[in-house]
Design a protein around this ligand. Sequence first.
Ligand code: 5RP
Length: 227
Amino acid sequence: MLSKQDQLKKLVGEEAVHYIKDGMKIGLGSGSTVYWMVKKLGERVKEEGLKVEGIPSSDLTGDWAKEFGVPLTDFSQVEGLDITIDGADEVDENLHLIKGGGGALFREKIIAQAAKELIIIVDQSKKVQHLGRFPLPVEVLPFGWEMTAKEVESLGCEWKLRHRENDIYITDNGNYILDCYFNEILEPEKLHKQLKLMVGVVETGLFTNMADKVIVGGGDEIEVIER
Ligand code: 5RP
């Protein structure tokens, strides 16, 4: 039995598959909402013979794609992507996002940037006025991460080095993640640029001006917000 929130994730995940057309190259995001999208897409591939190819943003999404029968490709084989469908941890009124709760932010940003259209799928709990209640994930190089963390802290946040159980969490790219508590991020674009100028920072979970459409599940309804 799915929780109410998981039912909404399933609803928007399956809804997003309607935007996928025959022949498309698709960026496959990460997270529990994307799970439902990949599963439904696999059904369409099997039942309708839909011809698509996906590039996954995490090893786990790649595993789901294989399990559900979604053919995969990679960036050596394609010129770009038609569409990327991904989840988010927060979405603000300007459709700026915080992503990376699942640790896949770097590859997620690559597939978002490579796509003609970025569709974000969320349940209503992810909608906020200002970003920042959810701690901002910042991927950093392991070498000298302590120094990078001090630099990050100078921007006015507290941070925690992400762990999985008792071990330091390692991204699919072999890096660490600092979860940064800013509480309220009023200028997401400026903060992203400040962080990116720091030597040890690989990527931030701030996705500004990237989402074209956000599909929000709430109650029994689906709301589609366009930029
Ligand atoms: C992973 C992400 C996810 O899209 C985000 O964490 C949302 O996940 P979920 O759909 O499980 O709530 O950015 O890095």
